[in-house]
Write a new protein. Structure first.
Length: 173
């Protein structure tokens, strides 16, 4: 009986937590944007899936959307697919970069291969989690929107749906 009560308590706590998170994520009034801590996007030197070095300077003069994500993040799954759709829609107007937070190539690429998006975005590996830290990250996922001059225009903490991604991209074009 004691085990049943403990199990029931855990289920109730999980259900209440899920309801609270669902309410927060579905309510437009609850939008969470972080104050822009830095006028410029932090420099980065990271590797893509093929081992090629990619730097911030490679995208100079182009608007960018940079998303920090991880395979363990349940909110990242749908959002990454939405970023892939946005990249297709905005094609050469903006570059969307997804920077993984300290997971292995096997975990990261396996995750994006499973979703069928490995070749639809620029995926970079950040084994030390330095980029996430440089933007003051504390939630998952975190996304910054950068204008063509390299200035951070917007910093979104938490997940977004495609319509919100589109709207925020339009602000940096």
């Amino acid at each position: 009986m004691k085990k049943f009560l403990i199990l029931a308590g855990i289920i109730i706590v999980i259900a209440i937590s899920w309801l609270i998170i669902s309410k927060i994520n579905s309510s437009p009034q609850e939008e969470v944007s972080a104050p822009v801590a830095s006028a410029e996007v932090p420099d980065f030197v990271l590797q893509d899936y093929s081992g090629q070095t990619v730097t911030r300077a490679d995208f100079s003069g182009r608007p960018m959307v940079i998303n920090s994500w991880a395979a363990w993040c349940p909110f990242c799954r749908e959002e990454l697919s939405d970023f892939a759709a946005a990249q297709k829609e905005f094609s050469d107007q903006v570059v969307i970069i997804a920077i993984n937070r300290a997971e292995s190539l096997e975990t990261t690429k396996g995750y994006t291969d499973e979703q069928g998006i490995s070749d639809k975005l620029i995926f970079l590996l950040d084994p030390t989690d330095s980029f996430y830290q440089s933007i003051g990250g504390f939630s998952m996922p975190e996304t910054i929107f950068v204008d063509k001059n390299g200035n951070i225009v917007d910093h979104k903490r938490g997940p977004m749906e495609l319509d919100e991604i589109r709207s925020r991209i339009k602000k940096i074009l």
